[in-house]
Design a protein around this ligand. Structure first.
Ligand SMILES: N[C@@H](CCC(=O)N[C@@H](CS)C(=O)NCC(=O)O)C(=O)O
Length: 211
């Protein structure tokens, strides 16, 4: 059985969406980030990075328990376990990994920096690099828009690359992005967002602040 340690944040939602999409059996252990539960010793033992998400699969590699703690690695692990959303070989696999790593590196990092700086600005705190990160974030949306030209999904068919990107892009409003400047991203967002498993995954574990 897989245990998901998470909170419904952009990174946490990558894992919950994938678990819902694959139909793999799992249980959820909600993490109280505001109480710094993610920095406690028991959690650092399964995730040395002290962040969410993390999964522990008691039926992992060779039947042994395995812990997976980077959201991109979680997507790849679950794809390989379920045989879904990551082609086994060939150009389609490489294209999926291109966009998975783009999401793990650029989309996630830039999104996080914009979120932090917007939050700081709104709290009246230091946010000196907000303009720089917003410019970079618009560049990232431009790359996505180019990549999605003539395609329904990032790697052609729906894949883990879409599940890695979606939970960040879905917060475009918080990032103060004018989505109409990126029509291919806007259409993709609607396409991915209408999937029932994606809608379920966004709410796991449930939050009470409507975030
Ligand atoms: N590179 C990590 C980033 C994970 C991450 O930043 N998680 C945030 C929530 S979106 C977190 O746990 N923040 C709490 C903290 O920093 O202590 C991944 O992709 O899994």
């Amino acid at each position: 059985m897989i245990t998901l340690y998470s909170k419904a944040t952009s990174n946490g939602r990558k894992a919950s969406i994938m678990l819902e999409e694959t139909g793999l059996e799992y249980t959820v252990r909600p993490m109280a980030l505001e109480k710094k539960e993610q920095k406690e010793d028991w959690y650092l033992a399964i995730n040395p990075n002290g962040r969410v998400p993390c999964i522990v699969d008691d039926d992992g590699a060779g039947g042994d328990e395995v812990s997976v703690f980077e959201s991109g690695a979680i997507l790849q692990y679950l794809a390989e376990k379920s045989g879904k959303f990551l082609p086994k070989e060939g150009a389609a696999r490489i294209e999926t990994l291109n966009w998975l790593y783009f999401a793990a590196g650029h989309i996630t990092h830039t999104g996080l920096c914009v979120h932090w700086q917007v939050r700081n600005r709104d709290a009246g705190e230091e946010h000196a690099h907000l303009d720089m990160w917003q410019e970079e974030n618009n560049r990232v949306y431009g790359v996505l828009n180019r990549g999605l030209e003539g395609r329904g999904y990032l790697a052609g068919d729906i894949s883990i690359a879409d599940f890695a990107a979606y939970p960040w892009i879905y917060r475009y409003d918080m990032q103060e992005i004018e989505l109409d400047r990126y029509p291919n991203v806007r259409d993709w967002l609607a396409r991915v967002g209408e999937r029932p498993a994606v809608q379920r995954g966004l709410q796991i574990p449930p939050r009470d602040d409507g975030f």
